[in-house]
Design a protein around this ligand. Structure first.
Ligand code: C5P
Length: 232
């Protein structure tokens, strides 16, 4: 898969999601389904969106004992999604088990990427609550390398970290980056942001864009603008 824009469908119901996707008519953007929509609607929302011809990043961030993650990943793999994810903090053993679970009898599987440290976790919380006293960027890179060694395909990271992840883990290791805003847009609650053009420049493989598209007066035009800036 090449560079693409993934729309974060952070909606509370299938009805709202379908109303949004209907605006795109013939176009089939890559979409991200997160916990809110998945927990509200269950696996059928994945099947519905897949049946409409969209690629799907199922963003459920699994983190549990290896056996449980392996079995859960086998279920997600049967939903025929394109990308799944988990927390690298679950250890290399959990990540390897996840890959086994995801791999279908014919040897194919969805891409599997890892969350390193959530961008909502800062240095202070890491030190005070998680008792990790290394600098956060070192922790992010070390988790990314663990994911790579476990055989994963990439990481979710800030666009500001993407170049460093590629330098440490190789250019083939995917960087999927949220925190994207248009130069003339509202940042909302995202603190460290990049434009789609900047994300392209620093080598992100996929950008995940929510509100700049979903809350735009013309979501299709906003999506096209993202594509033009990022994919060119
Ligand atoms: O609306 P916005 O463009 O900020 O949406 C970004 C999406 O990426 C949301 O679904 C958010 O949960 C997700 N995300 C993020 N930062 C991370 C990981 C995921 O914004 N570090």
């Amino acid at each position: 898969m090449g560079k693409d824009v993934i729309i974060a469908c952070d909606f509370a119901s299938a009805a709202q999601t379908m109303e949004f996707l209907d605006k795109f008519q013939g176009k089939k953007p890559f979409v991200k389904i997160g916990m809110e929509l998945f927990y509200a609607e269950g696996p059928k929302i994945v099947r519905q969106i897949k049946a409409r011809g969209h690629k799907i990043f199922l963003d459920l961030k699994l983190h549990d004992i290896p056996t449980t993650v392996k079995k859960a990943m086998a279920v997600l793999s049967r939903l025929d999604v394109d990308i799944c994810n988990l927390h690298a903090a679950g250890t290399a053993e959990m990540m390897r088990a996840a890959l086994e679970g995801l791999t279908r009898p014919d040897g194919t599987r969805p891409l599997l990427i890892a969350v390193t440290q959530l961008t909502s976790t800062n240095q202070e919380a890491m030190e005070q609550e998680l008792l990790i006293d290394k600098p956060i960027d070192q922790v992010v890179m070390s988790y990314a390398q663990n994911a790579k060694r476990a055989g994963l395909d990439g990481v979710v990271c800030s666009p500001l970290e993407a170049a460093k992840v590629h330098a440490n883990c190789g250019s083939e290791f995917l960087t999927v980056t949220p925190g994207v805003r248009f130069a003339d847009g509202d940042k909302g609650d995202q603190k460290r942001v990049m434009t789609p053009a900047q994300a392209k420049e620093i080598g992100s493989d996929y950008i995940v864009v929510g509100r700049p598209i979903t809350a735009a007066p013309d979501p299709v035009a906003a999506y096209e603008r993202c594509l033009a800036e990022f994919v060119g």
